[in-house]
Design a protein around this ligand. Sequence first.
Ligand SMILES: Nc1ncnc2c1ncn2[C@@H]1O[C@H](COP(=O)(O)OP(=O)(O)O)[C@@H](O)[C@H]1O
Ligand SMILES: [Mg+2]
Length: 300
Amino acid sequence: MGDWEFVKDRTATQGAVWRLTDGLLYKRTGGEDLRAETAFQQLVVGLGYPVPEIVDSGSEGGSYFVVERAIGETSLHEEALADARRDGQVSYQVPSTAAAVSSKLLQAQARHPLPSTPWFEKAAFAPEVFEENPDFDIPRIHEAVKHALDRLAQLPMVHGHRDYGLPNVLRAGVIDWQHHGPVPLGYDVYPALDIVAFKGGGKGYTITREQRAAYTSALDSTTASLIGQRVSEHLGDFLLVKCFFFLALMRPTDPARHDKHIKWQYRRALFTMGLDQYESFNTIDTGAFPTLDRFAAEHR
Ligand SMILES: Nc1ncnc2c1ncn2[C@@H]1O[C@H](COP(=O)(O)OP(=O)(O)O)[C@@H](O)[C@H]1O
Ligand SMILES: [Mg+2]
């Protein structure tokens, strides 16, 4: 069968990812979180979601493990990075493959609507954001959130990924369901290319306005046929939630970490920019976000 080789420690949870040397299987180790993630993944495999099939799971030396089939060799994040290094820009294949996977996910999601249920607090990490940024816990911001949630209440609720983006999308599906939970239809997929801008350009590539427009319009064809609505009209509502998500857990505990302090301030600035735009135009233009380097240079 071959041996398990270490891939990486998991982000935002305990445990690690391992890959079988022949590349056909991946193994994750972890605790109770991983157990819940696995149960969820098994549920959505059964609902026809484009996710890896689980072939084994259990306990081993006091921790939990799960083994799933590989669904590709590189994520779209890695493909975008390779394109940018080679050609100086991301090829059209990245947004077009992303749109194909996103459409599959939308179809499976739309076929299995859920009863209406609270979702914002957890998806946005709102309690954490207000705890770390008490100056944002003000009526103005709660009103903007209420406005977005009222608009989003018109969409069906579905089982969601909540951390959908190029690093978790491969040609044959979507991995890494640790943040799973209910979301309005479209919340996962519509912001997927816009959220690259929250990383501040440090990831090595940018997605152009044209690429984002092509992606959005492909998704709109899917949602128009699924629910008779072009869900891109909710992109601004989704991105307001993402402004929270990307600000959560950013406040450094160690005041000596100037680099972390700047990143936190950067995400606070994006939050404020996003909010201003949302209030004025009901949408958020991530193309107007400064890079982290530019922000840092202006805030020395
Ligand atoms: N089923 C899979 N098929 C292909 N690659 C996978 C699979 N599961 C994990 N990987 C690889 O392992 C990496 C880390 O897995 P992931 O669950 O996303 O960890 P993290 O929680 O740290 O983001 C991914 O970026 C991907 O390269
Ligand atoms: Mg991941």
